[in-house]
Structure formats: structure tokens, C-alpha cells
Design a protein around this ligand. Structure first.
Ligand SMILES: [Mg+2]
Length: 326
């Protein structure tokens, strides 16, 4: 006999009650609020992100993969600030409360939570179009911000770009791929790795940082705008993901420059600290790549910061500027 669809109370009791309870959780799921103890001498970093089925992920996607990605994307924002993950809350809007979907979602979510040592401390469920909202909080001693960069600073990215954007047509079923490539595509899109270790390595040395969610050029533009500088990039230096090359061929560089969803970090370092920053990364087995330099803000009508790209001595222009939300 088919089990009755769980109500809100049952959803929390059956699927999320044994969520990991880590640092600072005085009282977790089950009361009106969670009670949380902030770590002494550190600031709290908090952010929220909403994913809508059909817009941010395919509605029929594996719920465990969707859950893992939803949490990883938020953890990436903590990494971008050099914040250590502490707690998160979940607001889940479901068209129907389907036990199989919920079990998969909870498994994916809690497994990822354990992997990154972050505690689920509260949640809410409502009926409606499938939407996942996760709010994360971390603690930080040495924050990485967007507004501290200056002319002359070196521009780095933490790792290969373009894989997730190249994977998207495969994920959406718009492009066939051999099983091995399809597995890589699923991994690239659903398992972005929050760059927490890299953030720690560059903390106190980097002048600005953010995670690349909307595309390198668009996101570096945010650093430029907030810091009042322009950027010049050598496109030959961009680390293009091998998956992007395999799936997108000659389009790979375009995807690396403008494709979102890789969640690598883009960061800037004053010239005098570059060597030390690279050293700190190497000690942790990390190899960020220098792709350009910040320059004085030029004159002109541009309201935000401008990113100029060169390839083999010629100006290089992206055909599309990056992901826009509206
Ligand atoms: Mg971000």
C-alpha cells in the first residue's frame, strides 16, 4: 500500500531530524528558532540563495544531486569571504510531498553537510512550484571582500573554467555525450567544489575575492566596480577546463570567460604579496593561475568596472557578457 504523503511535521521528523549538529548549535531543529553560539572573536558571514526548478536546475533532476549542488553553491559564497561553514537553514517549496524525492533530497543534502561540517539548524516546507532556498552562516577572522583591490594588483583564478557551462547542454539533454563524458558533465555541474582551502591560503594577502557564479568577466567586473579599477586580461592565460575543450571545441575559451556555475574563486593580490600568496597555495597543493592585472580606472561612460581582454596582441571580445538574472 502506498504510504500517505508526509505533512510538514513528518517531513522534518522523517528526513531532516538526524542532521549533523556541530559547532555552536545550542538548540537545533524542533523549536521556534535555533539557538546558536557564535565563535568568540570571529565575525559571522551570512548569505541566502534560491534555486528554482526549470530555471536553475532541471525539474526532473536527481534530488540528491540537486540538494548537494544547492548547498555547495552557498558554501562557495562562504569560501569567497574566507568564512568557515557553521550553520544553514532550508526552505523547501514542493509541488507534492513525494517520499522518494524527499529521501533522495535529504540524503544528498545531509551527506554534503557532513562533508563540509555544516549543521542544518532549521527549515520550512510549503506547497508550490519546486524551489529550494538555503541560507548559510559561517564565521570569519580575516574576510575577503570585493572592494579592496587597487591598480597594479595581479588577477588570479583558482582553477579551470568553462566545465559547468559546457556541461549544461548535456545535463539538459540537449546534447548527447558518451557515458564517460556525461559522467564528467554531471560532476562538473552538480559538484562544484567550494574553494575553502584556497580562501584560507590567500587570506590577509589578497586585496579582493569573489566566487565565479555568473562568469569570469561579469564577476571580475564586480570586483572592478567595487574597487574602482579596470582589469586587463591575457586570454591565453585563462585555464580552460579540459571538459570544456572536449564538449565545446573552439567555443571553450568563450565558455571559460563567460560561462557561470564553476564556482572557482577570482582574486587579486598586490604585486608585493604575489609570491607569498602562491607559496601559501602551493603548501596546500593548490595552483591558482595569474590571468591579468588591474589598472587605473579609465575615463569613459562605463558605470561599473571594465574588463579588457587581449589574445595574442589583439583585443578579444566575448560574444555574450555572462549570466544575467532578469
Ligand atoms: Mg558569490
Amino acid at each position: 500500500m502506498k504510504q500517505a504523503a508526509p505533512g510538514e511535521f513528518e517531513i522534518i521528523r522523517d528526513y531532516f531530524a538526524d542532521a549533523p549538529r556541530g559547532e555552536g548549535v545550542v538548540l537545533g531543529i524542533g523549536d521556534d528558532c535555533a539557538l546558536l553560539e557564535p565563535p568568540v572573536g570571529r565575525q559571522l558571514a551570512t548569505t541566502v540563495d534560491t534555486l528554482v526548478a526549470g530555471r536553475h536546475f532541471p525539474a526532473d533532476a536527481d534530488p540528491a544531486l540537486v540538494a548537494g549542488r544547492a548547498l555547495r553553491v552557498n558554501l562557495s559564497d562562504l569560501a569567497a569571504m574566507n568564512a568557515r561553514p557553521l550553520w544553514f537553514t532550508l526552505a523547501l517549496t514542493l509541488p507534492e510531498s513525494d517520499r522518494e524525492w524527499l529521501q533522495g533530497f535529504a540524503d544528498g543534502l545531509l551527506q554534503t553537510a557532513r562533508e563540509y561540517g555544516i549543521s542544518l539548524v532549521g527549515g520550512d516546507t510549503t506547497k508550490g512550484p519546486l524551489t529550494i532556498t538555503i541560507q548559510v552562516t559561517g564565521s570569519v577572522a580575516t574576510p575577503l571582500r570585493r572592494d579592496g583591490a587597487g591598480p597594479g594588483d595581479a588577477v588570479f583564478v583558482s582553477g579551470p573554467l568553462g566545465a559547468a557551462a559546457a556541461a549544461l547542454p548535456v545535463i539538459l539533454g540537449e546534447r548527447p555525450a558518451a557515458p564517460a563524458l556525461e559522467a564528467q558533465a554531471v560532476n562538473a555541474y552538480y559538484h562544484p567544489e567550494p574553494q575553502l582551502a584556497l580562501a584560507e591560503a590567500i587570506a590577509g594577502l589578497a586585496s579582493a575575492a569573489l566566487d565565479i557564479s555568473d562568469g569570469l568577466l561579469a564577476d571580475l567586473g564586480h570586483i572592478c566596480a567595487r574597487s574602482g579599477v579596470d582589469a586587463e586580461l591575457d586570454m591565453a592565460k585563462i585555464p580552460v577546463a579540459s571538459l570544456a575543450r572536449e564538449l565545446a571545441g573552439p567555443e571553450a575559451l568563450e565558455l571559460a570567460a563567460t560561462g557561470g556555475d564553476d564556482y572557482q574563486l577570482c582574486f587579486t593580490v598586490p604585486e608585493g604579496k604575489v609570491e607569498e600568496a602562491i607559496d601559501h597555495c602551493r603548501q596546500r597543493g593548490l595552483t591558482p593561475v595569474r590571468i591579468g592585472t588591474l589598472v587605473e580606472r579609465g575615463t569613459g561612460p562605463a558605470a561599473g568596472g571594465r574588463v579588457r581582454c587581449h589574445l595574442e596582441g589583439e583585443e578579444w571580445r566575448a560574444r555574450r557578457p555572462g549570466y544575467t538574472h532578469f
